[in-house]
Structures are given as structure tokens and as C-alpha cells.
Design a protein around this ligand. Sequence first.
Ligand SMILES: [Zn+2]
Ligand SMILES: [Zn+2]
Length: 173
Amino acid sequence: MAKCVFCGEKADPVRKLRIGDTVFKACPNCFDKYVETDKKTIYEAVVSAGYYGDTYSLYEWLKEEEAKEKEKIEQIKENVRSFEEWMSGRECGVCPKCGGTMVKLDPIDLLYYVGGLPTINISSFNADSVLMEMHACASCGYTEFYSTEVKKRFDAYLKNKEMLEEALREEEE
Ligand SMILES: [Zn+2]
Ligand SMILES: [Zn+2]
């Protein structure tokens, strides 16, 4: 008869507490009592009950679990730290759609100018493409593009138009 590791009563063959690779056989009552508890509580209950054979390996297992837990927290810490590092200096305003925080993304060559007008050209990066600044909302993902290039080209166009009109006027005279 398989014994419940917590109380020594007959273990339920279906109700097993599985934590990592370690399986603890339990009776229905103990299963219900321990199924939601943490590893350390289970370990202490199993050791003090004395029905589990190899408590040394159990101790090793707990140490391992604690080390894994620590490692996981270190990893989470690192993820938080690296994201905060990435965010620093990028906040650039409030999202016009949802009020979330807008962050500056790294500029990419995305827009391609044809005759002074921007055309999206993702597939082929070209010598005529210009750097675009992108601002994306951290909450809803709304993204804006900024470019000084449009204004520069538009100003040049206005100037050219003016010069052309002047030249045509002179021709007429
Ligand atoms: Zn039990
Ligand atoms: Zn937003």
C-alpha cells in the first residue's frame, strides 16, 4: 500500500503532488491541504512526517528548487533592468490615442521619397531612403513617424516653383 507522505494513511493513486521531478503521494485530505501551498511548506511537512524515504535527496531537491527560484528572480531583475535602460531618455510625450507614454524607437530607413513625397518602402532599402524617427505608444502601440526631410523637400519645392514662375514671367515679357 502506498502511503501518504504527509500522514501515513493510504495514498490516493491519482492524487500526487508533483513539484519539478519529485512526486509526493498523498491521501485525498492531505492532497487538498497541500496542493496550493509552496514548496518549502511541503518539504517541511514531508520531512517532519517521516513517511518519505530519502529525506536527504529531498533536502537536495529543495536547495535546487530554491537556487532555481533565485536564478529566476535574477533573470526577471535583469529583464526589468535592461528594459529600464532601454526606456531611459526615450520618453517623448503622451499618446494622442490613449494617453499612454510615447517612446522614441531607433530610427530606421523606412520611407523612400519619390518626387519629394514619402512612399513606404520596407522591402528594399535604397540610397534615396531617409532616416525616420518613430514614436510608439508603450500602452496601445500607436506609432508616429517624424521626419525633417519632408519639410526640407517641400521648402525646396516651393522655392523651385517660385523660381519657375519667375522664369516663365520673364519669358513672357
Ligand atoms: Zn494524508
Ligand atoms: Zn496609446
